[in-house]
Design a protein around this ligand. Structure first.
Ligand SMILES: Cc1cc2nc3c(=O)[nH]c(=O)nc-3n(C[C@H](O)[C@H](O)[C@H](O)COP(=O)(O)OP(=O)(O)OC[C@H]3O[C@@H](n4cnc5c(N)ncnc54)[C@H](O)[C@@H]3O)c2cc1C
Length: 433
């Protein structure tokens, strides 16, 4: 627990129902879900970076990355009324092509085979960020405190007391429920004395956009190479230029080289690793790197406290599941809070435990999938390479297996994820009369 004084002296204490620390992809989505329930809750989102869509100072959650959205995420974003705004700048994933460099096995998953318009959708984080920010400004019951940080946190009877600090902010908040959504390196989690388990994969994700010679036709490529997995996700064309978003997992020393390489050298190396399925690569955008660690919070709920998003579980990005899982989590959380809204004790431990009980299987399964893929494909001994190539071949040849694999990736193979969105929106409609 923090040794800091619990509140700023001589600063009045403001009462709110729900304080969300971290206005990133997950904190912002949860705030909107809670507001859409129309239960009259006063929600305060506390964010370290400025939260205006036009701000040049980009929030880390809404940087140059792109995110593959699953069907369960689409349902939640539809329920929030944001899908139609996001749509014009989303790329549909019509097909996923999984392959292993230097080996024969590969598999293709088709949207048509799953009777779906798309297997998923790719959104640029900056676009998702500006749509979420715009919605937050309009949503009833939401106040934004930004840029600000939590200086100290103290559990009190029936809630939590926070003191906030920032260049223009000095405030004390008293909240019935504290949502910790300040990312993988959560300071708020630390201040609460909640430990996290960290496993370093010894890999770094290099992220950038690549301009293509030819149309990607909505194909997402998942390619496993001896230096690490690589994903190329289709993006919407800009000014008639076809583009894909690259996530290339590499050992740290190799990333340093590739970050510093000239554009020509970078593109040549990438082409060598990826092949010519997308033709000759034309241009590379700004490169960014992210160390890859599996971080799981050792506790996710306490009385009047819940830890969500990357603060609860930060996954290997290879399977593109972190945000999708977190969105399913917060949809279930919002639903549980709505169901128990008549009960005076917002943030009651039993309600938060019910939430966690419902999401435990989904979390376990998704974390396992994200952890297993890079491990299995990272081993280059011949029996393992043979087994995984047989696996890919089997996946390609057995439609039922492929169907199951696709459903898992789309977030449909988890306990009632799409139904959660429907239930949450039903509660919202009831409350809207
Ligand atoms: C390379 C890469 C590719 C990915 N691709 C996918 C994908 O395709 N699909 C998918 O589902 N997921 C993907 N993910 C995972 C996804 O990005 C995360 O799940 C998501 O960003 C988690 O959001 P968050 O809001 O929990 O945390 P963050 O995005 O880390 O946001 C935390 C927020 O809290 C703020 N903050 C931090 N500290 C404080 C503080 N003390 N006080 C106040 N505010 C604070 C930060 O400024 C930030 O805005 C990918 C991740 C990586 C690294």
């Amino acid at each position: 627990m923090s040794q800091n004084p619990p509140t700023e002296p001589n600063v009045p204490v403001q009462d709110v129902d729900i304080a969300i620390v971290g206005g990133g992809m997950v904190g912002a989505s949860l705030a909107l879900l809670l507001s859409s329930l129309n239960l009259g809750w006063r929600i305060n989102v506390i964010e370290a970076f400025p939260m205006t869509p036009a701000s040049g100072d980009l929030q880390p959650s809404f940087d140059a990355r792109s995110t593959a959205l699953s069907h369960s995420s689409r349902e939640v974003l539809e329920m929030l009324g944001l899908w139609s705004t996001l749509s014009p700048r989303l790329a549909e994933i019509k097909e996923v092509h999984v392959s292993d460099r230097g080996h024969i096995g590969n598999t293709r998953l088709h949207a048509a085979e799953q009777n779906l318009p798309a297997l998923g959708y790719v959104v640029e984080n900056q676009w998702l960020g500006s749509v979420l920010m715009e919605a937050l400004q309009q949503a009833p019951g939401i106040d934004i405190t930004a840029p600000a940080q939590v200086a100290s946190v103290k559990p009190i009877r029936g809630g939590v007391q926070l003191s906030l600090s920032g260049s223009e902010v000095s405030a004390n908040l008293q909240a019935k429920l504290l949502v910790v959504a300040d990312g993988a390196q959560s300071r708020t989690r630390d201040m609460l004395g909640i430990d996290a388990t960290t496993r370093d994969y010894g890999q770094v994700a290099l992220v950038t956009n690549i301009s293509l010679q030819q149309d990607h036709h909505g194909v997402a490529y998942e390619r496993f190479t001896d230096s690490g997995p690589m994903a190329m996700l289709p993006l919407q064309p800009v000014e008639n230029e076809y583009r894909s978003a690259l996530v290339w997992t590499l050992p740290p020393e190799r990333v340093a080289e590739m970050m510093e390489a000239s554009d020509e050298v970078f593109l040549a190396e990438l082409q060598d690793r990826f092949g010519h399925r997308l033709g000759q690569f034309q241009r590379v955008g700004t490169r960014h790197s992210y160390p890859i660690r599996l971080i799981t919070s050792n506790e996710q709920v306490r009385s009047h406290v819940v830890v969500v998003g990357n603060a609860a579980h930060s996954l290997h990005p290879v399977a593109g599941q972190g945000f999708n899982l977190a969105l399913r989590d917060v949809a279930v959380l919002a639903n549980e809070l709505a169901i128990s809204a008549s009960n005076d004790d917002l943030g009651q431990l039993s309600v938060l435990q019910d939430y966690l009980k419902q999401q435990q299987a989904d979390q376990k399964q998704t974390i396992l999938l994200s952890d297993l893929l890079p491990k299995v494909f990272g081993i280059d001994s011949s029996p393992v390479a043979l087994a995984r190539n047989l696996g890919l071949l089997a996946l390609d040849m057995v439609p039922l297996l492929r169907h199951q694999f696709a459903r898992l990736g789309m977030g449909l193979e988890t306990r009632g994820a799409p139904q959660v969105a429907k239930r949450t929106s039903a509660v919202g409609r009831q409350n809207n009369g």
